[in-house]
Design a protein around this ligand. Structure first.
Ligand code: SF4
Ligand code: SF4
Length: 133
């Protein structure tokens, strides 16, 4: 999911390749996400869930097209200003605080990630991103 080209101390710069918007396990949307995205695309919440979401268990996730991409991917994110928090924060995910080696694994599929970074710099930036939510 392309983030803003955050200046994460040279940690990351999105290349808009779309890899992270494809084949993902499910982008959950909260009630607030549903309302914000519905407003942004000019529909109502009920229609949005029916037309743009799938259910994962009982929870709505953004639908995937048959090619595996998120329904909102079209060379860039069509709902960028209101995309869900997990898209906004990518690739600075909580699991990096548990095991920073995940950063190198993520770099295999995300060309925006600078793989050779100091762990303390990475962890510091992840904490900053998570504290902004
Ligand atoms: S909402 Fe946007 S950033 Fe998130 S998966 Fe879909 S296209 Fe990618
Ligand atoms: S995989 Fe990385 S570089 Fe490609 S769109 Fe996603 S965040 Fe950006």
């Amino acid at each position: 999911m392309p983030s803003d080209p955050i200046d994460g101390n040279g940690l990351f710069e999105c290349r808009l390749c779309g890899n992270c918007c494809k084949g993902y396990g499910g982008t959950f949307v909260t009630r607030q996400d549903i309302e914000a995205i519905s407003r942004y695309i000019g529909t109502d919440s009920r229609k949005f869930v029916a037309e743009y979401c799938q259910l994962s268990g009982q929870k709505p996730v953004l639908a995937q097209r048959s090619d595996g991409y998120c329904i909102f991917w079209d060379k860039l994110c069509k709902i960028h200003p209101v995309k869900p928090p997990m898209c906004k924060r990518w690739p600075f995910v909580k699991s990096l605080l548990v095991d920073s080696a995940n950063w190198q694994i993520m770099a295999d599929s995300c060309p925006g990630i600078q793989p050779d970074v100091a762990v303390h710099t990475l962890e510091k930036h992840v904490r900053i991103i998570l504290s902004e939510e």
